[in-house]
Design a binder for this molecule. Structure first.
Ligand code: 5AD
Ligand code: SF4
Length: 446
């Protein structure tokens, strides 16, 4: 019987992608995947700490593991990711949950075998969170991707922006870009393996290359990735509005494979709040940027992240956020209640907003953004969209599911063999969360 691994992941796409690397390493060590915690010989929790809610969930899940470990003392339990990058949290986990064998950092994935071996001998929790080698990016870690069609490719790690509410720069460290050649090699390999879509990942992809003198910038990187054979679609997240260059707007327009979608977190609509958030742009500059993007890229979709209840946010500040949302009319918006994160500048701000005030604001914003999403979807009725087929719909075995270039989910009838192909779908019934349509024709090319 082969050994089994299971990974539970919280948080963003970068974390999901890290889990694919953990899976890759586990497989190279002879483990097979399982979805059953109780079957696992290696159980990994890949954690997130961007909001308190994510941490609470991890602790809840950790508490449940004791009986599992008592039943199967040979099982290795590991906790990694952003939460454990904070030394006091890592030490707390080791103390409070002594059945955890390994606590490791986001850049220690390649050392999994060594950590497992050490944990077997140590008899207490092995803690490995310090940066090695100046935090240099480790290349060549095997990646076990779940899907054979769409793949994440990290182009950079870390963040230098220090938005005052955000813990990411403290846990993921300074910005480090991968070498262009390494990125292109990875995308070329994916193209050869039959992958159709890549999403380039970074906390702020627009500052790609700034830390590598002589390396290209993100716009030029996109132009090169666009030439990789086999790949049909290129996406990227996340863009910081302060760094989105004119060249990037033109690169998105010019590159055939780069999808017309920009995820552009605005966070707030009031200049006073944006300044206290240390976002380094004003609402006027943001609105101007959106106008320029919309003018240059026909049919572009703009999506965003918004935080409600940042310290000191007044009713008037909040109204300005609503007003900005009405002006931009985002195709979709992730809305978050501000969460006080330990060690961030905003944590120490005196004027924290009580839940009773921020929660109704959150609900009001949610209603507005969802209404606009639905209205934007309605505009697509009768349009014909290019859809990359992802497979059989989860809710309806009769239908296939895929996404438009603008990242909207589409359900339609078709043969399962179309999975991985680009098809044309006429949108007949646009709904709030997804679009229903009918396939009109199959692209001949693929
Ligand atoms: N509270 C609430 N939301 C946050 N985000 C980051 N930090 C916090 C916080 N402390 C949100 C931002 C970011 C997204 C990934 O998470 O909107 O863009
Ligand atoms: Fe956090 Fe700001 Fe960096 Fe995004 S850009 S990860 S919000 S510090």
């Amino acid at each position: 019987m082969s050994k089994k691994y299971m990974i539970k992941t919280w948080g963003c796409q970068m974390n999901e992608h890290d889990s694919e690397k953990i899976a890759g390493v586990a497989r190279s060590l002879g483990y097979q995947a399982t979805n059953e915690e109780k079957e696992a010989d290696l159980l990994v929790f890949n954690t997130c700490c961007v909001r308190e809610h994510a941490e609470v969930k991890v602790y809840g899940n950790l508490g449940r593991l004791r009986p599992l470990k008592e039943k199967n003392p040979d099982m290795i339990i590991a906790v990694c990711g952003c939460m454990t990058q904070q030394r006091e949290v890592a030490e707390h986990i080791a103390r409070r949950y002594p059945f955890v064998d390994i606590v490791f950092g986001t850049n220690k994935i390649h050392k999994l075998a060594e950590m497992i071996a050490n944990a077997r001998i140590a008899g207490n929790t092995v803690l490995d969170i310090e940066e090695d080698d100046g935090g240099k990016i480790v290349e060549g870690i095997p990646v076990e991707r779940e899907d054979g069609i769409r793949a994440w490719v990290a182009v950079m790690h870390g963040c230098d922006n220090f938005c005052s509410y955000c813990i990411v720069p403290f846990v993921r460290g300074r910005e480090k870009s991968r070498r262009k050649a390494d990125i292109l090699n990875e995308v070329e390999e994916l193209g050869k393996k039959g992958y159709k879509e890549v999403t380039l990942l970074g906390q702020n992809v627009n500052s790609y290359g700034k830390d590598l003198p002589g390396e290209v910038d993100f716009a030029a990187l996109l132009r090169e990735v666009d030439r990789v054979e086999g790949i049909e679609r290129i996406r990227f997240v996340t863009s910081h509005p302060k760094d989105l260059s004119e060249e990037l707007i033109y690169a998105i327009r010019d590159c055939e494979k780069v999808c017309e979608h920009v995820h552009l977190p605005v966070q707030a609509g009031s200049n006073r709040v944006l300044d206290r958030m240390n976002r380094k742009y004003t609402r006027e500059r943001y609105l101007d940027l959106v106008d320029r993007i919309k003018n240059v890229i026909p049919g572009v979709s703009i999506t965003t992240d918004i935080i409600v209840g940042f310290p000191g946010e007044t009713e008037e500040d909040f109204e300005q956020t609503l007003d900005l949302v009405k002006a931009v009319r985002f195709d979709s918006a992730f809305t978050f209640l501000y969460s006080q994160r330990k060690g961030t500048p905003a944590e120490r701000m005196k004027d924290q907003i009580p839940y009773e005030i921020k929660h109704p604001r959150f609900l009001k914003l949610l209603e507005l953004t969802q209404q606009i999403t639905a209205e934007n979807n309605l505009l697509l009725k009768d349009s014909v969209e290019e859809v990359l087929v992802e497979g059989i719909s989860k809710n309806d075995p009769e239908r296939l599911t895929g996404r438009t270039r603008t990242n909207k989910l589409v359900h339609f009838k078709g043969a399962p063999e179309l999975t991985g192909k680009l098809v044309k779908v006429k949108i007949t019934d646009p709904q709030k969360w997804s679009l229903y349509g009918e396939m009109v024709d199959r692209e001949v090319e693929n």
